[in-house]
Design a protein around this ligand. Structure first.
Ligand code: ZN
Length: 238
């Protein structure tokens, strides 16, 4: 293949630029995945599950409290009625019966009052815990937003760099003869496409070439394309 030797160094630049583009692309992929944001998302999911369990427990506590309160109401009413009956009763047996019932009701009342107090305390604690978990959730949510915002900004920088290099790549390609560019691109899909021949070392595969191979390369005219016999890379002769 006849070549314009001045185009060969451009191939080296092009190769470096293509490597940079690949690096930037993988950076962009990492940024989009953003391990840190993922970790926060998982914590948020955990907290949400906890919060909904807590809400269920809280509602149950409130139902228990209501039940205890209405039981207590009934007992208090019954005590009032019995005391009323006691003031009107004249029969000793009836009085004894009512008094016995009042004693039982009194015990029941104090049990229910204790239960009510305990439940009220538990409802209060549960309300506090729920507020705490909501606050944690909000904090995580805002951490997540911050992380995503940072990732977004980093991604924008990477994209900008990528498009700048991509523009340079296009400009460089336009300066290179079609057949040479086609060969370069084909080689680049498999391995290093171009390397400088330094002494007896191919810059693409870093192999030390034999004197026979070097002789063959030297026999290639200046304006013809020389390739590495080991890795087939395009050789830039110094
Ligand atoms: Zn080579």
């Amino acid at each position: 293949m006849k070549i314009e030797t001045s185009q060969l160094p451009s191939l080296l630049t092009l190769q470096t630029q293509l490597v940079s583009l690949k690096k930037l692309e993988s950076q962009a992929r990492e940024l989009m995945a953003r391990a840190k944001a993922e970790a926060i998302r998982e914590q948020l999911l955990d907290l949400s599950a906890k919060a909904s369990q807590m809400l269920t427990d809280h509602e149950e506590l409130q139902r228990d409290l209501k039940r205890a309160e209405s039981d207590l109401d009934l007992v208090v009413k019954r005590i009032d009625q019995d005391q009323q009956r006691l003031t009107q009763a004249t029969d000793v047996k009836v009085i004894a019966g009512v008094q016995h019932e009042l004693e039982t009701l009194g015990k029941r009342r104090s049990e229910l009052e204790d239960a009510q107090l305990e439940l009220m305390e538990r409802v209060e604690l549960s309300t506090d815990s729920q507020q705490q978990i909501q606050a944690q959730k909000q904090q995580l949510q805002s951490d997540l937003e911050t992380e995503l915002e940072i990732a977004k900004q980093d991604l924008a920088v990477v994209k900008q760099e990528h498009s700048a290099i991509a523009a340079e790549v296009n400009a460089a390609k336009a300066q290179i003869a079609n057949d040479l560019l086609e060969l370069f691109e084909r080689l680049a899909t498999r391995a290093t496409a171009v390397g400088v021949l330094r002494g007896s070392t191919c810059g693409a595969c870093n192999m030390n070439l034999t004197s026979t191979a070097l002789g063959q390369i030297r026999a290639v005219a200046e304006d013809e394309l020389a390739r590495c016999p080991e890795c087939s890379a395009i050789l830039v002769r110094e």
